[in-house]
Design a protein around this ligand. Structure first.
Ligand SMILES: *[C@@H]1O[C@H](CO)[C@@H](O)[C@H](O)[C@H]1NC(C)=O
Ligand SMILES: *[C@@H]1O[C@H](CO)[C@@H](O)[C@H](O)[C@H]1NC(C)=O
Ligand SMILES: *[C@@H]1O[C@H](CO)[C@@H](O)[C@H](O)[C@H]1NC(C)=O
Ligand SMILES: *[C@@H]1O[C@H](CO)[C@@H](O)[C@H](O)[C@H]1NC(C)=O
Ligand SMILES: *[C@@H]1O[C@H](CO)[C@@H](O)[C@H](O)[C@H]1NC(C)=O
Ligand SMILES: *[C@@H]1O[C@H](CO)[C@@H](O)[C@H](O)[C@H]1NC(C)=O
Length: 647
């Protein structure tokens, strides 16, 4: 009878509680689940592991509830399966809300399969994670991402974006310098209030916080001009909204934290730690860091975000890579390319990696630069770029170790065994993700990296079919070599920009060109280098241009796509963007960040008309019957990418 009464009461109390929480702005634990993840690896001894996990969570619980802490860590290591746990509330939550958020998180985190040796849950209000190894200093890991709201700011979207960008950039800069690594701001932006916060785990270093928020900023910035955005990562969190999500009195003035060292270049290698202290300290730190890095050959370790956290690249042992790839056996071969063959490797700890054995000539120049370039490139972190985990040098052998992407490369989905399996939404996402990755390489990383070899085999797809650009920075690792150029520039109509192929003139716009070609391939399912008998024997770019001129470019769309799964206007727009990217004159092609804006905007494209791509042009000229249409097009090279540059 008692039980029945209880069952009856419970819904009522629940309703009362929710009513109360809606009507009292003070009480809101903000338990909207943003992200969760489970390790794929199981603990070895379940009973030990469960004891350790329970003990860690109850340790944290007592710190949060009894000591009102907003940040807590715990560690238990009975037997073979230690557990490390970390919990953090957003600082603006009340003690009660923080405890409530923990209670939700602690329940939810057990929803992985029994024995999963790592898991995380991220809420608006708090973050909980446990692992079988220490991870408290981890900052940014692949798997970092953002969640955007779906309302666009009304009024001037551009004005809102510009102002919000500044607010977020300032927060990113200031937060690592604030004690406790948390800052909240309220700013008037384009006629309304903008609430924003940034937070790092208290156990990371200031430099770690800087790095994490750099990545967070890149993620969250891509939500603009939406009115809401959140970015999360292993060591930090950012959020902005036009709607208030913390009390006004939590906001602080961050301008004092922006003044010192304000002129430092963004994301310099040593990052923000050394704010204005002086060159000697930097050099000293660099020296010590290099020394330490030489000595500790850190074993890579798995974790729930699916990859390995590195303070620098790992120096793998040749022996280990050899056994991981079964002596570089053919059965482990994933692919071959101009720069070398790639093998699937399983490391001793079970982690699967992609191992690239570089094909090298006999150049000494490599020896001097190889490791420092690897260091540089392994610092590139972006969700649309394949992570370089480390390297190995033995004799003349140079080997690179990358994250492994089980889905392999885009060409298989467009032309290979999985042809026809990508729907329109997935194709659009790939188009946008590639543009973001390239924009990061060109403009946001502290060294501009030109890829030089964008093509469908270099675009890998992750488990969610999001694109990851592979092999960037290889040009930096390998000596400038004409033969590479000629192997890549195969035939007349490939991916290579004409000015680069013919005159060796290299700029970021060469990547823009190749990107445009790949986009046409994504839309059409036709290879750029393939002549198709069924479509007038034209190369893809020619065909696209001809159809565009007759306003029939929807004809280009892959016939395996159902016509009800895409909006014709959107597809047309994307084809036109691809044509803008493949224009003959490099100067008139948009930059990759402009491409991102174009892809996301509804109507920016109206007054931008692509001019004719070079190969189409020369081809037209050699054919008298169409020469009339080419005569005008060369002179009206008046594409105005300037609306964007003025942004
Ligand atoms: C797990 O560890 C405990 C204590 O160390 C031991 O008694 C138990 O037999 C182990 N269980 C398994 C399945 O190995
Ligand atoms: C750990 O806690 C869970 C849930 O609270 C419980 O079901 C389990 O029996 C506990 N395990 C151990 C070993 O204490
Ligand atoms: C909190 O403190 C009370 C006594 O003050 C204690 O009984 C309880 O076990 C503590 N809670 C936790 C989770 O440790
Ligand atoms: C736990 O996971 C199962 C399936 O994996 C899901 O159906 C259930 O809703 C989850 N529980 C919670 C509390 O999220
Ligand atoms: C881990 O254990 C779950 C069941 O608890 C099982 O389904 C899963 O396959 C195991 N994973 C591994 C990698 O052994
Ligand atoms: C997006 O909009 C829909 C309907 O307008 C709404 O139901 C949904 O919750 C929104 N999603 C987010 C993340 O705000």
């Amino acid at each position: 009878m008692h039980l029945q009464l209880l069952l009856k009461l419970q819904p009522l109390t629940f309703i009362l509680w929710s009513w109360w929480s809606i009507h009292d702005a003070e009480a809101d634990p903000q338990i909207l689940l943003l992200n969760k993840g489970c390790s794929q690896y199981n603990a070895t001894n379940l009973s030990n592991f469960n004891q350790n996990l329970n003990a860690s969570l109850s340790d944290i619980k007592s710190q949060v509830t009894n000591q009102s802490k907003h940040f807590a860590t715990a560690h238990q290591s009975l037997g073979a399966d230690p557990v490390y746990a970390l919990f953090q509330c957003r600082n603006y939550l009340s003690n009660t809300d923080c405890a409530a958020c923990f209670a939700t998180a602690a329940t939810q985190i057990r929803n992985c399969s029994a024995g999963a040796n790592g898991a995380r849950v991220i809420y608006d209000g708090c973050f909980l994670r446990y692992e079988s190894n220490g991870f408290f200093d981890e900052t940014t890991l692949p798997g970092n991402s953002m969640i955007c709201g779906n309302n666009t700011a009304n009024g001037g979207a551009t004005a809102f974006s510009g102002a919000a960008q500044k607010v977020l950039k300032d927060l990113q800069k200031a937060t690592p310098k604030v004690t406790g690594f948390f800052a909240a701001t309220k700013t008037q932006v384009a006629g309304s209030a903008l609430y924003a916060i940034a937070q790092c785990a208290e156990t990371v270093t200031e430099n770690g916080c800087v790095n994490c928020l750099n990545v967070g900023y890149t993620n969250i910035e891509s939500c603009l001009p939406n009115t809401d955005g959140r970015a999360f990562d292993a060591g930090c969190f950012m959020r902005y909204s036009e709607t208030s999500f913390f009390a006004d009195n939590q906001a602080i003035d961050i301008t004092p934290f922006l003044k010192q060292g304000g002129s430092r270049k963004k994301g310099a290698i040593i990052g923000g730690v050394v704010g204005g202290v002086g060159l000697i300290v930097i050099l000293l730190a660099l020296f010590v860091w290099l020394k330490l890095n030489k000595k500790t050959k850190r074993a890579p370790r798995g974790d729930i975000l699916g990859a390995t956290e590195l303070k620098g690249p790992v120096n793998y042992r040749y022996k280990d890579l050899k056994s991981a790839t079964k002596n570089f056996s053919d059965e482990n071969k994933l692919g071959e390319g101009g720069f070398g063959d790639v093998y699937k490797g399983t490391l001793k700890n079970g982690k699967i990696v992609a191992v690239k054995k570089l094909l090298l000539g006999q150049s000494n120049k490599i020896d001097e630069n190889f490791e420092s370039e690897v260091k540089l490139i392994s610092n590139v972190h972006h969700r649309n770029l394949v992570r370089l985990l480390g390297c190995c040098s033995k004799g003349q052998e140079r080997i690179l170790v990358y994250e492994y992407m089980a889905n392999n490369s885009l060409d298989r989905f467009l032309f290979g065994e999985k042809k026809g399996s990508l729907n329109w939404k997935q194709r659009y996402d790939i188009t946008l993700g590639m543009a973001r990755g390239l924009a990061y390489l060109h403009e946001d990383f502290h060294v501009c990296i030109i890829h030089r070899d964008i093509k469908t085999n270099n675009i890998l797809l992750d488990d969610d079919l999001q694109p990851r650009i592979a092999d960037f920075g290889l040009a930096r690792l390998l000596p400038e070599d004409k033969s590479h150029l000629s192997t890549r520039f195969a035939g007349t109509l490939g991916y290579t920009a004409p000015e680069y192929a013919l005159h060796g003139q290299l700029s970021v716009k060469a990547d823009t060109y190749s990107y445009g070609v790949v986009v046409l391939e994504i839309v059409s399912g036709q290879k750029s280098s393939e002549l198709r008998a069924d479509v007038d024997g034209d190369f893809l770019l020619q065909r696209a241009w001809k159809l565009y001129e007759r306003n029939m470019h929807l004809e280009l769309v892959d016939k395996t796509l159902e016509s009800d799964e895409y909006e014709p206007e959107e597809v047309k727009k994307i084809i036109e963007i691809a044509l803008l990217c493949t224009q003959a004159s490099a100067a008139t092609r948009p930059t990759m960040s402009e491409v991102v804006v174009l892809l996301k905007s509804k109507n920016l494209l109206q007054n931008m008309k692509p001019t004719m791509p070079v190969f189409v042009e020369s081809n037209y000229r050699s054919r008298p019957e169409t020469s009339t249409s080419s005569g005008s097009s060369t002179s009206n090279a008046t594409v105005s990418t300037s609306i964007l540059s003025a942004r």
